[in-house]
Structures are given as C-alpha cells and as structure tokens.
Ligand binder design. Structure first.
Ligand SMILES: [Zn+2]
Length: 327
C-alpha cells in the first residue's frame, strides 16, 4: 500500500470520529435508525426538570404532585399522537382511601395479524414524596427513581407513534404506587389478563439516568436466566447493550419492580432494564436524587441503542422471546 495514500485515509477516519464525538460531547442530539425522529437531550431534560421538580413534591401516590405528573404525561401522549388504550389514559385503582392511577397509551401495530399481540413498555412515575431531611430539603425528587425510566418509556412511545414502524401493538404504561408495593402494575396486569390480552413481553425501565463504568455492559436486565430476552435484544441492537449483573439475582430485583406482576399474571417474559448497579449512584431514595444528577448524554445514547433492539423484537415474525426453565 502506498504511504501517502494511507495517511490521507487515516486522517479522514480520525476527522469522522472526532465529529461524532463532538456532537455527543456538546448537545447529544442523535438520529434514530430511520434518520427522521430525533431523541434529544433537551427534550429529556425538559421532561426531567418538570417531573422531578420540587413543585411535584416527590410524586407520592395520592398527592397533588402526582396528579400534576399524570397531566404532564397525558399531554405528552396527546402531543405525540399516543392514543388512550382505555376510555381515557387513566387506569384507576383504590388503595384504602387513596386513589391511584396508571397512565396507559397505545400505539397500534401496522400488521393485520401481529397487531393483535402486545408488547408492554413501562416505568413508574410515582416516588416516595418526602425523604430524610438534608440541609432543610425534605423532597425526594425521584429523578433517577424512576422519572428516568418513565421518560425512556415516553420517548419510545413518541418514536413508535411517529415512525409507525411497529407491527405488533405497543402499550406505554406508566405506573403509580410502585413505591408502596407494586400496586399499580399489579392492578393493570390483572385487568389486562382478565381482558384476555395477547401479551408477548413486558419491559420495565427502572433507574436508567446514570451510566455504568465503561468496563461493564451499558445496562442489565433483572431475571437474566428466566428468558432469552438479552440475546434477542442484543441481536437486534447489533451490539451487547445488555449484560449479566450478578447482584441483580442476589438482590432479587426481578421481584422488586413492575415487571413482576406481569410475569405472574401472564407467565410471559417480563423483565426490568436498568443502568443502576448500586455503585454508580449515591442518592437512592434520597432528597438529592435531582435532575442535575442525571447524565443526559447517557440517557439519549441508551434510548437510541434500545430503539432498534425493541423494534426488532416488536416486529419479529414469531414470538422468539421465550421463558427459559434454567432459572
Ligand atoms: Zn423505582
């Protein structure tokens, strides 16, 4: 190979890399595989700064703050053409004297046969309200837990409502009363089961606001050995976005998030996906779990890497994601 020529090629290659790196560093505006719909750090930040604001008081179930959060999510659904699945967006339930409500949106599938099957994507939009006081601050804002997962589910909804690339129908489900015993997801799972829904998989996004260290997979799922979800999603992502996190088993995370009631009700693959690994975030259920602690470049990158993975699973010719016995 001629010397001069190779130097030119190398220079070109370096400039491309720098460009990509630059864009990520500055304002992480990424384009999805279709090139049309962009997921931007600004959009995510806007949602985060409202949902995890002091004004919403930590979004405890039954409070004024969570009502404001619900209205915000409903308006987001309306603005992005995500339809109500029931009469309204709200799936209400009672916990003694408290009324809770999940928010449920639908993006109907475009395939005459596969649209009868549903993929459920979710996050919990409630939090604990008040936390242990720190310097006079008592509001547990719940930015990472779980406004981050809520926003990821909202952005996936926006993507599919705009791209209309989903063959199966997609439900975007934001849960209330997760912090008081997975009550919201238990209610919805039962209701959809009783309705006879043909549910394929459920994925719950839980605490995806901060990155793991570079030597680890970007994210992990709970209940790793309970289905082949990781291999299927990584295959469609074209890279290993998801990996094994041994502590997830040790801490029994599979039973501690809104995926579990769906696993119980439908006996189908239902998992939580997270980037929180107990070493990378010190503010779990803490008043400092605030929007300024979130890494928006990471959130954009995670959401964008998950889109082709979800799209591939949602459009697979058969139900290739299955439960596996070797728990
Ligand atoms: Zn949570």
């Amino acid at each position: 190979m001629k010397k001069g020529f190779s130097l030119l090629v190398i220079l070109l290659l370096i400039s491309c890399a720098v460009k990509q790196k630059g864009a990520e560093g500055k304002d992480a505006t990424d384009r999805t595989s279709s090139g049309e719909i962009t997921i931007t750090a600004n959009d995510i930040k806007k949602s985060m700064e409202y949902l995890a604001s002091d004004e919403l008081g930590g979004r405890a179930t039954g409070t004024e703050g969570i009502e404001k959060a619900a209205i915000f999510i409903e308006n987001y659904f309306k603005d992005n053409n995500i339809q109500p699945y029931f009469e309204t967006y709200r799936d209400s339930f009672n916990i003694e004297e408290i009324i809770g409500f999940n928010i449920v949106g639908l993006i109907e599938g475009n395939d005459p046969k596969l649209k009868k099957e549903f993929v459920i994507l979710g996050g919990h939009y409630d939090h604990i309200g008040k936390g242990k006081e720190v310097n006079g601050d008592t509001i547990a804002n719940g930015a990472n837990d779980d406004a981050s997962g809520t926003i990821a589910a909202m952005e996936f909804g926006k993507y599919f409502a705009k791209s209309k690339t989903n063959k199966r129908s997609v439900l975007i489900t934001l849960y209330s009363a997760e912090e008081i015993g997975l009550k919201g997801s238990a209610h919805l799972a039962e209701r959809l089961k009783n309705k006879g829904m043909d549910a394929y998989t459920m994925i719950n996004f839980e605490m995806i606001g901060v990155p793991r260290t570079a030597d680890k997979s970007m994210a992990y799922i709970s209940g790793y050995n309970r289905s082949n979800l990781v291999s299927i999603l990584n295959q469609y992502a074209g890279e290993k976005v998801l990996g094994l996190f041994p502590k997830a088993e040790q801490f029994q995370l599979f039973f501690r998030s809104d995926n579990f009631p769906f696993y119980k009700a439908f006996n189908m693959p239902a998992h939580a996906i997270s980037t929180f690994d107990f070493t990378n975030f010190d503010y779990y259920h803490h008043v400092d779990d605030e929007p300024d602690k979130m890494d928006y470049t990471h959130m954009v990158s995670f959401i964008n890497k998950m889109i082709p993975a979800l799209e591939g699973m949602i459009n697979g010719p058969t139900k290739e994601v299955v439960l596996t016995e070797n728990e």
